[in-house]
Design a protein around this ligand. Structure first.
Ligand code: SAM
Length: 240
């Protein structure tokens, strides 16, 4: 791995779900270039019984199964050491109960050198895993997935594309949605006319200042129309 790269360990019972992402598109190129060192770990490798059991029935009864604490905590500590001030990795559990993941957090994580992402399944993980080994819980939105893998991939993709050298043109990150506190405006490519809809003349004018002004205005309008909450001072959510 390059000295300015990031190592990301993923703990999951389905490491195969990540393989196509590790070898394809931007992330695949970043892994090949050594900017991202994505390591996939099968949680079952930290079990000790013949059936490689990772779950058990919940205390108190109820539906579903719960992920056992021993293999999870053993895996996390093997990859990141025990929780405390000497730990240099950030150990994050994907969970619908976590803090909502957003662009500002992705930007912050892009400066880290080592993340450990822990994927839950079933009804989730035994609470003592969170209390003893997890640094923070991350949610990708107010809905419930069957497992943390898709959520971990969302975090990995959002974070790694912001690391210098991953995107071909770093400028695209500077102007895109959320980076500037607003949404980006519309994009067009050839042909100039498609089904009667014409590309705005200013974009074909070659006048770079006029284009920049038009884009800024479009971004403002799009944001006001679709996400008027963006950029509003905290505590004004009631105005949504
Ligand atoms: N019983 C849990 C609850 O009601 O909060 C939901 C468990 S969910 C079926 C199984 C796993 O999927 C979770 O442990 C978590 O790792 C992952 N997951 C589900 N929804 C998620 C979300 N919105 N963000 C991040 N991870 C999520």
């Amino acid at each position: 791995m390059r000295s300015d790269g990031i190592r990301i360990d993923v703990v999951t019972i389905f490491p195969g779900l990540f393989e196509p992402f590790r070898t394809t598109a931007l992330l695949g190129a970043a892994c090949s270039a050594g900017i991202v060192d994505l390591r996939l770990h099968d949680l079952r490798d930290w079990t000790s019984d013949r059936h490689r059991t990772v779950d058990d029935t919940p205390y108190g009864g109820g539906p579903g199964m719960v992920m056992r604490p021993e293999p999870l905590v053993d895996a996390i500590e093997a990859l990141a050491g025990p929780r405390g001030k000497d730990r240099t990795a950030r150990v994050m559990l994907l969970s619908p109960q976590g803090r909502r993941f957003e662009q500002g957090w992705a930007r912050e994580l892009a400066h880290e050198r080592h993340l450990v992402l822990v994927c839950g399944r079933y009804e989730g993980v035994d609470q003592r895993v969170i209390e003893t080994a997890i640094d923070e819980e991350v949610s990708i939105g107010d809905y419930v997935l069957a497992g943390g893998e898709v959520a971990a991939l969302a975090v990995i993709e959002a974070v790694t594309r912001l690391i210098p050298g991953v995107m071909g043109n770093p400028e695209s990150a500077e102007t895109e949605s959320f980076q500037t506190g607003q949404l980006e405006g519309p994009h067009y490519t050839r042909p100039a006319v498609f089904r009667g809809f014409e590309v705005p003349a200013v974009l074909r004018s070659g006048d770079h200042q006029a284009i920049a002004r038009w884009r800024a205005e479009q971004a403002r309008n799009t944001t006001q129309r679709r996400r008027p909450d963006l950029g509003r001072p905290a505590g004004r959510e009631d105005e949504r």
